[in-house]
Design a protein around this ligand. Structure first.
Ligand code: FAD
Length: 452
């Protein structure tokens, strides 16, 4: 069976290794339009902060990892069209410009997204960057040590924007972190946690410019500032982390796309074309708490989708649909670490799901344990259905790394547990680690109105 995969990132990589490990007699080929196989943007911050020094190491896999298992990997090869009748793809060698027709029995699309620059006047000035992939990582890295760059504006206070803000602040630049909405990380965390994040960013010197809509980029050849309705923020460099466009223009007319250009898939991750599957950032995955397709652009999502597709690739109608995801994520914001899963007030409003929330603050360990012995504040937030108490989302945040508890929330959301379930769940207690009741027990008890 000849299986062609488009895109050598998380979805493409996971598909290839699952196929090669699971089945005999599969001929697996990955085509990647870019030169470098396969830069891991998730690891970019570690590279930009010199925690990983070799850029070539920041990758999901080397071609040899696939070829040693019998697969094939072609970089600089862009798939430009699908001819579904003949079951062929057109593959262009980007270096030579030659195009060949390649037959497939099964075709897997994981072509991802490209960051977009806001379409305002000045968007084509020099010094306006995105933060994704190998080439942008090289440019950003060079600019962290460029002394002529004093002011950096980061547009988009989601987690990519926060990573950019932290990198340039640590590199000694003045950073303005800008967003249309009124809270940093507002698409990830409820207000009790973004209040802590806001204080942390400000205390570390990041200037926050929230509730700002960008009118234009200022400058002659290179950018010098970002203009909003309120004022012009100085910027020798702009990092845009405020939007993406699916890499699907080449599919238009053959594969059904949504109005925003995402690949339309059925619950089995099949496209409208026979034997053509899609996954990763280029589709909208089923969100378990939302109960509908929602943008959840994460490597974790792409990998789970790839595993599902490979498991069922030889079934015409799989016995079970893809079960969906909860969008679990974690990040450090200077001295704090958070982990979140599911919906929060912002994302719930976008998908029209009514929610209630509960904020709970405590100390990590019993109150008598002093800070010098590692006791510190821990914050939680739970988002739930006000009628059924089903847990729809939640997050934990602390200076101590309690991010593993975010995975407990992720599991609670995925398995549709209620506040009552979480309130009494049997978790361990040991004063070296936590309190008499575990933090998430207490957070759920608090949400149920117990005096915690
Ligand atoms: P992509 O990673 O978008 O890659 C698509 C690939 O397809 C590209 O290499 C592209 O060149 C290639 N391609 C496109 N069109 C064609 C074509 N026609 N022919 C051939 N090749 C083509 N997720 C997490 O879970 N955890 C994190 O910590 C995390 N951190 C991140 C940090 C940053 C800075 C960024 C930008 C993203 C981060 N993500 C993280 C998200 C994660 O990187 C994406 O969800 C994931 O990369 C999506 O994988 P994908 O396979 O859909 O495609």
């Amino acid at each position: 069976t000849k299986i062609v995969i488009v895109g050598a990132s998380h979805g493409g990589h996971e598909s290839a290794i699952e196929l090669l490990d699971k089945y005999r007699d599969v001929d697996v080929t990955i085509y990647e339009a870019g030169d470098f196989v396969s830069f891991m943007s998730c690891g970019m911050e570690l590279f930009l902060e010199d925690k990983v020094t070799a850029q070539e190491d920041v990758r999901n896999f080397k071609p040899e990892d696939i070829t040693s298992k019998g697969g094939h990997v072609f970089n600089n090869h862009e798939v430009t069209a699908i001819n579904a009748d003949k079951k062929e793809v057109s593959v262009k060698d980007v270096k030579s410009g030659q195009t060949e027709q390649v037959a497939y029995d099964k075709l897997i699309l994981s072509s991802g997204v490209t960051p977009t620059v806001l379409p305002v006047p000045g968007h084509d000035l020099d010094g306006i960057y995105a933060m994704r992939g190998y080439d942008w990582a090289s440019k950003i890295k060079a600019d962290t040590t460029d002394d002529s760059i004093k002011n950096v504006a980061v547009i988009g206070a989601g987690y990519i924007g926060i990573e950019a803000a932290e990198v340039f602040t640590k590199a000694g630049k003045h950073v303005t972190l800008m967003d249309m909405i009124n809270r940093p990380l507002g698409n990830y965390l409820n207000e009790n946690l973004t209040d802590v994040v806001t204080k942390e960013l400000t205390s570390k010197g990041v200037e926050l410019a929230l509730s700002q809509s960008i009118k234009s980029f200022e400058g002659d050849k290179s950018v010098t500032g970002v203009k909003t309705a309120d004022k012009t923020y100085p910027a020798d460099l702009v990092i845009c982390a405020a939007g993406v466009k699916p890499n699907t223009a080449w599919l238009s007319g053959t594969v059904n796309l949504t109005d925003r250009g995402f690949i339309d898939v059925n619950p089995y991750l099949q496209t409208n074309l026979p034997d053509v599957y899609a996954m990763g950032d280029a589709i909208l995955p089923l969100s378990i708490p939302a109960g509908k397709p929602t943008p959840i652009a994460l490597a974790t999502t792409a990998r789970r989708e790839a595993q599902y597709v490979v498991d069922h690739i030889f079934e015409e109608t799989p016995a079970v649909p893809f079960k969906g995801v909860v969008g679990a994520s974690a990040l450090s914001v200077f001295d704090y670490h958070f982990a979140a899963a599911g919906l929060n007030t912002t994302t719930a409003a976008k998908v029209d799901v009514p929610v209630a929330t509960s904020a709970y603050k405590d100390t990590l360990r019993p109150a008598y344990v002093p800070a010098s012995a590692g006791n510190t504040d821990v914050y939680t937030s739970l988002t739930f259905d006000p009628l059924t108490h089903q847990i729809l989302g939640g997050a934990v945040l602390s200076k101590y790394d309690i991010t593993a508890q975010g995975n407990v929330i992720a599991l609670a959301v995925a398995h549709k547990l209620t506040l009552e379930d979480l309130a009494t769940a049997d978790f361990f207690f040991q004063p070296g680690f936590d309190r008499q009741w575990s933090l998430l027990n207490l957070a759920a008890q608090h949400a149920l109105g117990r005096a915690r």
